[in-house]
Design a protein around this ligand. Structure first.
Ligand code: KIV
Length: 263
């Protein structure tokens, strides 16, 4: 795989070429994902749940994300590697700069932050200081205790607010946007309204890219299986074939189907 950059993904968007993304936390899996042409790998703070066994992502620290970022970059040097900024690591713009620097030094090419209006200054500050930013709207898991659970966001009037926030984040300098658990019609509107690539998870088939937690495509679950998850290992039999099937289905626009999306 040739080196993937933000420009590569912007070009994919302009060409209408859908791309796959996965979370990754270590060099071995990252290597398999890259060999199967997954262009984007995210060291998600989901590691607090899938690696550490936590009930949510709030326990994760910047040092832990930096450690896993180094592992993933070692295994997949050509993927675009995005590192999640953990809960409270970007509560002020200054704190965000210091912690983003740690993640960029660990090898990330972009950092991801959850939130809308309150983050605009931080997004601009990071971007102006050469840290590419991926914004994250919709069901932002670090706010689970505000939402009162992992619930679909952006239904009804809230949809318009999310669209406006997405536009403002792009204007503030965000280079990419993750939309999580929003109605597919809203995700389509937002993806068409922005020039930056929009990656969906539980956001329907019309976003520019699709991301899943790697455990969800491999059928590794601790009980609860989200509606947007799809087990590709069961029908294919090997990890490499499962990843290949995910990449192909995303590329052809076959994943997610309505079964894995929200109205
Ligand atoms: O932490 C994570 O893995 C994420 C993805 C689910 C988008 O934020």
């Amino acid at each position: 795989m040739d080196k993937i950059t933000v420009s590569t993904l912007k070009k994919y968007k302009q060409q209408g070429r859908k791309f796959a993304a996965l979370t990754a936390y270590d060099a071995s899996f990252a290597g398999i994902f890259a060999a199967e042409q997954v262009p984007v790998l995210l060291i998600g703070d989901s590691l607090g749940m899938v690696l550490q066994g936590g009930r949510d992502t709030l326990q994760v620290t910047t040092k832990q994300i930096a450690y896993h970022t180094r592992c993933v970059v070692a295994g997949a040097p050509n993927a675009l590697v995005i590192a999640d900024m953990p809960f409270m690591s970007y509560a002020s713009p200054e704190q965000a700069c210091n912690n983003a620097a740690e993640l960029m030094r660990a090898g990330a090419q972009m950092v991801k932050l959850e939130g809308g209006d309150w983050l605009l200054n931080t997004v601009t500050m990071l971007t102006e200081r050469s840290v590419p930013v991926c914004a994250h709207l919709g069901l932002t898991p670090q706010s689970v205790h505000v939402f009162g659970g992992y619930k679909v966001q952006g239904r009804g009037e809230q949809g318009q607010q999310l669209l406006e926030q997405a536009r403002k984040l792009e204007q503030a300098g965000a280079a990419m946007l993750v939309l999580e658990c929003v109605p597919q019609t809203l995700a389509k509107t937002i993806s068409e309204a922005l020039t930056i690539p929009v990656i969906g998870i539980g956001a329907g088939k019309d976003t520019d890219g699709q991301i899943l937690v790697m455990h969800d495509i491999l059928g590794i679950s601790s009980g609860y299986i989200p509606k947007f998850a799809k087990n590709y290992l069961e029908p294919t039999g090997t990890i490499a074939a499962a990843v290949r099937a995910f990449v192909e289905e995303v590329g052809h626009g076959d994943f997610p189907s309505d079964e894995h999306s929200f109205d």
